[in-house]
Design a protein around this ligand. Structure first.
Ligand SMILES: Cc1ncc(COP(=O)(O)O)c(C=O)c1O
Length: 390
């Protein structure tokens, strides 16, 4: 029995050392800080992303496990895990741009990113030019002396256009610009943008990487140490870094990522092909179909075409709404990348900030339905779609 009083013994709990074994699963280091024996080691951990663990906002072993796993999958030198995808995107944009700078982005972008860029423009006098995601000549023409950064998405929402990553990243590099690619829709199983010349990859790990619709998270992966350190400092300052429990759930999801992606892609192919032959359907937007404008590029860049597609019904908006209220298995809900099939109406939800003309320009109809395909049995999904179509 210790000589200390209960008030002290209940505070200083025992921590048995790991003697001769280690846990199979990555543990959740649910602590806000770390204890040191040597003050010099303590000091060493303060100013860098890969030093000793000091304080949870700077680093944590569970979070670092996630960062190392995703840096490895994407082929980067390091990664910064954040509390959400927007945490990663804003840490990169706000961390690398300053007032007076200019960036070039594709359009349309994920709505949260579009809003963040509008804020940069309005509040920080940062200029922006929009170019098509597959037009390196347009990118070259948009470069100004103050341009710093190019922002792309491997596969965009909801009609799944594919960016010409090799062409666009090469044009960015020739002009001395940092290229950032949101790889959320592809995941590193279908595409590794750093291999195509990107400098930074961002993900909403809320989606395929975690995969179970139960956690929010984001990550930025870097091709260079300099970018890694700069963005890490900013994410730490902003307080955008990830929590160990969220990181642990994401790590758990990553263990089945390749298996899930295989099923997401298989189910999507089946649904897209079957809908394309259905008399009630007027168009299917999926880059695996020869009719999709990104098909040649997608075939060159991706081993498969992802788990998100959209389609239009012959009956337009009314038919789209009827379909969405008639599905039973597919769920009417935001987000994507989880095991469940989710559908939504882009014109009134994810893309509601676009005008009717902008929607039309990007191939989004008033009745377009977006499907984020899950990993259910394909025949159960098809039966649900068929009954909703009828
Ligand atoms: C392509 C893409 N990037 C980024 C985000 C933002 O991620 P989060 O919601 O985790 O902040 C999303 C969310 O839907 C997304 O679809």
């Amino acid at each position: 029995m210790s000589e200390l009083r209960p008030e002290t013994r209940t505070v200083h709990l025992p921590q048995p050392p790991l003697n001769g074994s280690r846990p199979i699963a990555v543990p959740i280091y649910q602590t806000s800080g770390f204890v040191f024996e040597d003050p010099a080691v303590f000091a060493d951990g303060m100013g860098r992303p890969d030093g000793p663990f000091v304080y949870g906002r700077l680093s944590n072993p569970t979070v670092r496990s996630l960062e190392e796993a995703v840096a490895d999958l994407e082929g980067g030198v390091g990664a910064v895990a954040t509390a959400s995808g927007m945490g990663a995107i804003n840490s990169v944009l706000f961390g690398l741009l300053k007032p007076g700078d200019h960036l070039i982005a594709q359009k349309p972008l994920y709505g949260g990113t579009a809003t963040a860029i509008n804020d940069l423009v309005r509040r920080f006098q940062i200029g922006v030019s929009y170019v098509p995601e597959d037009d390196p000549a347009a990118l070259r023409a948009a470069v100004r002396p103050e341009t710093k950064l190019v922002y792309l998405e491997t596969i965009a929402n909801p009609v799944a256009q594919v960016a010409d990553l090799p062409g666009m990243c090469a044009a960015a590099r020739e002009a001395g610009l940092v290229s950032v690619v949101d790889n959320t829709f592809a995941s590193p199983i279908l595409c590794r943008p750093l291999e195509h010349g990107a400098d930074i990859v961002v993900h909403s790990t809320t989606k395929y990487l975690s995969g179970h619709t139960d956690v929010l998270g984001g990550i930025a992966v870097f091709a260079s140490e300099e970018l890694y350190r700069t963005v890490w400092h900013f994410a730490v300052e902003l307080g955008a870094t990830a929590d160990p429990f969220a990181a642990w759930l994401t790590l758990r999801g990553i263990q089945t990522l390749p298996l899930r992606m295989e099923r997401h892609c298989f189910n999507t192919r089946e649904l897209a092909l079957r809908l394309d032959n259905h008399p009630a359907v007027s168009a299917v937007h999926w880059p695996g179909l020869p009719s999709h404008r990104s098909h040649p590029l997608a075939r060159r860049l991706l081993p498969d075409f992802g788990g998100v597609f959209s389609f239009d019904l012959v009956g337009g908006r009314a038919a789209g709404e009827k379909f969405m209220s008639s599905v039973r298995l597919a769920l009417l809900a935001p987000s994507l990348g989880g095991v469940e099939t989710l559908i939504l109406h882009p014109a009134t939800t994810s893309h509601r900030s676009l005008t009717v003309e902008e929607l039309a320009r990007h191939g989004i109809g008033e009745g377009t339905v977006r499907v984020a395909v899950g990993i259910e049995h394909i025949e159960d999904l098809w039966a649900d779609f068929q009954q909703a179509l009828s």
